[in-house]
Write a protein that binds this ligand. Structure first.
Ligand code: GAR
Length: 211
């Protein structure tokens, strides 16, 4: 049974999708803990209601990123994770933290990486006149929103879109691809070579969503 620790900062809808898929699809894994850098993160209540351990490491209590990341890693390691999942965890992580979890740290980012790393991805995609937008699940490397891509979902950008409407369209696909990617990881179905991730049985690593 593999241990998954999920890190959140807020709403936690991707975390919920992973928790639910893990239970419904009976993965050979358990959600060992949900850890947040904000005590007010809405996702903590969902986790507690589902009997999942929760922890808060408030970044505001630390003088430096290094000190925060060291305590965060200490708390995470207490749950003996095989995989650490960043699900809307809105902190920039130090190289030391990322190296500590190298190869077992996943992130979801709401753009078709390598386009639009950072914040306000949907507004920037609309502003740039993109006809496609989407989300990417990737293994985390020290560079922000960067690293070997596990799966991407693409959605159209409509002429009437606002950041909000595009965000909602992308989020529906995030809830599909993130549980899928986490399941592949815990079932050892992924191979990484030369910075590229392949599903060993050839499962499609792209989702095209018309709406
Ligand atoms: C998601 O859209 C996720 O892709 C994004 O934050 C949102 C969290 O929502 N993550 C990033 O922007 C990371 N760079 P959630 O808390 O409901 O899962």
């Amino acid at each position: 049974m593999k241990n998954i620790v999920i890190l959140i900062s807020g709403r936690g809808s991707n975390m919920e999708a992973i928790v639910q898929a893990c239970a419904q699809e009976k993965w050979g894994a358990r959600i060992a803990a949900i850890v947040s850098n904000k005590a007010t993160a809405a996702g903590l209540a969902f986790a507690a209601q589902h009997g999942i351990d929760t922890a808060v490491v408030d970044h505001k209590q630390f003088d430096s990123r290094e000190a925060f990341d060291a305590e965060l890693a200490r708390v995470i390691d207490g749950f003996q994770p095989d995989l650490v999942v960043l699900a809307g965890f809105m902190r920039i992580l130090t190289e030391g933290f990322v190296r500590h979890y190298e190869g077992r740290l996943l992130n979801i980012h709401p753009s078709l990486l390598p386009a639009f790393p950072g914040l306000h991805t949907h507004e920037r995609a609309i502003e740039a006149g993109c006809k496609l937008a989407g989300a990417t699940v990737h293994l985390v490397t020290p560079e922000l929103d960067h690293g070997p891509i596990v799966i991407q979902a693409a959605v159209p950008v409509l002429p009437s879109d606002t950041g909000e409407s595009l965000s909602a369209r992308v989020l529906r696909q995030e809830h599909l691809i993130y549980p899928r990617a986490v399941r592949w990881f815990v079932e050892d179905q992924l191979t990484v070579s030369n910075g590229r991730v392949q599903h060993q049985a050839g499962a499609p690593q792209v989702v095209w969503a018309a709406d």
